[in-house]
Design a protein around this ligand. Structure first.
Ligand code: PEP
Ligand code: MN
Length: 341
């Protein structure tokens, strides 16, 4: 439920309404808008005594939030959220571009990627140090050694680091090195991990599970928001369908749909979404045309030799071309691609 305060309401009336919400057993979240203050009362709304909120001083309206997700909903926060983390800005005028290898492999590899990302005008470096692999026999990542190499790449280039965390036990460790905690598709419904990231002070990039509905996706984001972390970016990375020509099916309608229903920015991953290097640039451009707030793309100095996902990675020349072509689409939709903070 949303409690909309009257314009110009003073702090004592806001505090009083907050106390009233708490007394009903609901969790108050105060959002200071440019025009007025609203209080989200999160929890089971069918509690007795809700009507009395309307008569609290300074309260203009009490409205139900109809969506199952509350803190993520646009009903609660009509303005789009902009998430910034170091050099990365995602949302509104700026399309953030996160690029880098699927996995951090060697110092030489990650530093070469970081310099290529920077030279192409992208915003942040990605790279997995903890890898959630389908097979236990596949490369599992360099773990803390990989995190240290990412930190060195940030040192050299100033790029924000986006890297995956696969377990609640690792959130503190990964937060020590990363600017953005990536929650992978396989972990979208790992609720203990979502809660741990909710308590973290790092921004989160939440990937959609390949079989998750959009409501399930947004309720996963709600776990992080409810934990107190408001810096959540969503990521459409493709879903599983009967089609087998692409690794996953990349549903770009997710972009405008999610933007209508939530204030959270949405990033598109054309690498996992297609699974083919040759399809990545086209889908990156299509994502921008559809209104995406960001892109996350896999690149590698030598995709043929990559330890994971080489078949969907761009080499540096291909990435530079992608950036040039995407920049033209971004201009056509009145947005700026890449760094912009
Ligand atoms: C990745 O980004 O390398 C990754 C494992 O992605 P996803 O979780 O979307 O499969
Ligand atoms: Mn990958």
């Amino acid at each position: 439920m949303i409690i909309v305060m009257k314009r110009g309401t003073g702090q004592p009336d806001i505090d009083n309404a907050v106390a009233h919400v708490e007394a009903l057993g609901l969790k108050p979240v105060v959002i200071q808008g440019t025009e007025r203050t609203v209080i989200a009362a999160v929890g089971e709304e069918r509690v007795a005594g809700i009507g009395s909120l309307e008569s609290c001083p300074g309260v203009d309206e009490v409205l139900p939030i109809l969506a199952p997700y509350k803190l993520a909903s646009r009903e609660l926060k009509p303005e789009s959220s902009v998430i910034t983390a170091g050099s990365l800005s995602v949302g509104k005028g700026t399309i953030g571009v996160i690029a880098g290898p699927c996995s951090v492999e060697t110092e030489e590899q990650i530093l070469a990627c970081a310099h290529a990302v920077k030279a192409a005008g992208a915003s942040a470096l990605r790279g997995g140090a903890f890898k959630p692999r389908t097979s236990p026999y596949s490369f599992q990542g360099l773990k803390e050694v990989g995190l240290k190499l990412l930190a060195e790449a940030r040192e050299q280039t100033g790029l924000a680091i986006v890297t995956e965390v696969v377990s609640p036990d690792d959130v503190d460790l990964v937060s020590k090195y990363a600017d953005v905690l990536q929650i992978g598709a396989r972990n979208m419904q790992n609720y203990r991990l979502l809660e741990a990231v909710g308590k973290s002070h790092r921004a989160a990039l939440l990937k959609r599970g390949p079989s998750a509905t959009i409501d399930e996706f947004l309720l996963a984001a709600e776990y992080i928001l409810d934990g107190g972390n408001q810096n959540v970016m969503l990521c459409e990375r493709g879903i599983r369908t009967f089609e087998s020509h692409t690794r996953f099916t990349l549903p770009l309608a997710t972009v405008p749909y999610v933007q209508q229903r939530t204030h959270l920015p949405i990033v598109v991953d054309p690498s996992h979404g297609t699974g083919h290097t040759a399809l990545v640039t086209s889908m990156a451009k299509a994502a921008i045309a559809a209104g995406a707030d960001g892109l996350i793309v896999e690149i590698h100095p030598n995709p043929d030799k990559a330890l994971s996902d080489g078949y969907q990675s761009l080499n540096f020349a291909q990435f530079e071309t992608m950036m040039k072509e995407c920049r033209r689409i971004a201009e056509a939709v009145d947005r700026t691609l890449g760094v912009g903070v």
